[in-house]
Ligand binder design. Structure first.
Ligand SMILES: [Zn+2]
Length: 447
């Protein structure tokens, strides 16, 4: 297809405010009348375990088609908005933009796959600008080009979900979000194809962010209809001037695609590791749960940190010899600890038997025997019969864990974590037609 432009941008936000999706929505409003969208805006979450991310390491890609002069106009709008609205005063905000015309090179698709789990340098990403149809623009360090290209290179052909976002009036940024919370419980019940609205386990509303960013609600779901319906059922108590729906790799486990042996692990990657438990899980200062695992290549500590709440209690039941698959981010060694896997998900593949030994019964009067002293066998406390050669009974105690997957509660899950409720669902075959996408986007832009 000719006259296609893929626009990516990332690292425009800071912990204090702003948000890359907000910037994307402002850009969409500005360019919508000039061009045709080939997809919903894409919100692509990349490796959540790299140290430089702001909040969720999310980048945005817009894929559009139009006349050459209109695409040039769009580029200008994107550059101006990123330049003027990014939180560039924040030392950790280093925006980057990428433009790719027509076909996305397969090397950028490969970069995107790697950006899901690995640490990639700005220099590596910058090398893609040598392609004739690729342009990258850096602001300050320009770290954002890594995610900008990562977003462009992920066409969301595999499983995906939607997120509906609504945005506040700038004058309300940083104030408490006012909403009729009953309406959120109602919207949750009325829309079975949305998920992660409310963590019922910890009675926590999940769709309202807590920070100073412009997002008012973020509603996640399987279909664009479901997330829009849920939003329509919520009663905010303040003006919300903008909304948008993003197609996203959130809640697909896409960062866990690569299996590692323990000696291959390095800081900040997202890794899958098959291993055996080698010591009893124990709590350390701060209520973090720690245990170690090994495979044929080495040994490493695993941690379930305090915010994962009851997840720690579950994992504390692991025993030496249990065979598990750990999904987690690698924390580098520091003064107080060795390199550690921060567990995001855990699969139990095989549980060792847990036994206990009990004194046998008297064959004469059926009373429980007592030890007659070390190596002296047993003696009946009731009829005094002695049993010199008798061995203790070995009893199997049921394990408090079962084979299968364990996840932290919703409040402690990553954006990319596939929640239990999604089961085996895979939306890859439910892509929408371009015409319908543009009709829906027009309604969202009009708000
Ligand atoms: Zn007896």
């Amino acid at each position: 297809m000719k006259n296609v432009l893929h626009i990516g941008f990332d690292d425009t936000d800071s912990l204090k405010g702003s948000c890359t999706t907000h910037l994307a929505t402002l850009i969409i409003q500005e360019i919508f009348d000039q061009i045709t969208f080939l997809d919903f805006p894409n919100l692509i979450r990349l490796n959540p375990n790299i140290p430089y991310k702001t909040r969720g390491n999310g980048a945005v890609a817009l894929r559009i088609k139009g006349e050459e002069k209109d695409l040039e106009y769009c580029k200008e709008i994107v550059i101006n908005k990123v330049k003027n609205l990014s939180e560039v005063d924040d030392e950790n905000t280093n925006p980057g933009i990428a433009f790719v015309e027509n076909e996305v090179p397969k090397e950028i698709v490969a970069h995107s796959k790697r950006a899901m789990w690995d640490v990639i340098s700005i220099k590596e990403a910058e090398e893609f600008s040598s392609f004739s149809n690729v342009e990258v623009i850096k602001f300050k360090l320009g770290r954002g080009i890594i995610g900008a290209l990562g977003a462009i290179g992920n066409p969301l052909k595999d499983d995906f979900t939607y997120e509906h976002l609504s945005y506040r009036e700038p004058k309300n940024f940083g104030t408490k979000r006012l909403v009729d919370s009953e309406s959120i419980y109602f919207a949750d019940k009325e829309t079975p194809l949305t998920f992660n609205n409310i963590d019922y386990e910890y009675n926590s509303i999940m769709i309202l962010p807590r920070g100073a960013d412009p997002v008012f609600t973020g509603i996640r779901g399987e279909t664009v209809e479901a997330v829009r319906k849920a939003y329509s059922l919520i009663s905010p108590l303040e003006e919300l001037p903008m909304q948008m729906v993003f197609r996203t790799n959130q809640h697909t486990n896409q960062h866990f695609t690569k299996q590692f042996s323990i000696n291959e692990l390095k800081p900040y990657i997202s890794a899958i590791v098959d291993a055996d438990v080698t010591n009893k899980p124990h709590y350390i200062e701060g209520s973090h749960l720690i245990f170690s695992v090994e495979d044929s290549t080495g040994k490493i500590d695993c941690a379930a940190y305090e915010p994962t709440k009851r997840f720690r209690g579950q994992l504390s039941k692991l025993l030496i010899g249990d065979k598990i698959t750990v999904f987690g981010g690698i924390r580098p060694a520091e003064e107080k600890h060795q390199m550690t896997i921060n567990i995001e998900r855990l699969k139990i593949n095989e549980l060792v038997k847990k036994n206990k030994f009990e004194n046998p019964f008297c064959s004469n009067c059926q009373s429980r025997l007592k030890s007659a002293g070390k190596n002296k066998g047993y003696k009946c406390p009731k009829c005094s019969t002695k049993y010199r050669e008798l061995q203790p009974n070995e009893i199997e105690i049921p394990r408090e864990l079962t084979i299968g997957e364990y996840l932290p509660p919703m409040i402690a899950q990553r954006h990319l974590t596939k929640p239990k409720v999604r089961g085996n669902r895979d939306n890859s075959s439910t892509q929408k037609q371009i015409k319908e996408i543009n009709t829906i986007l027009a309604a969202l832009v009009e708000n």
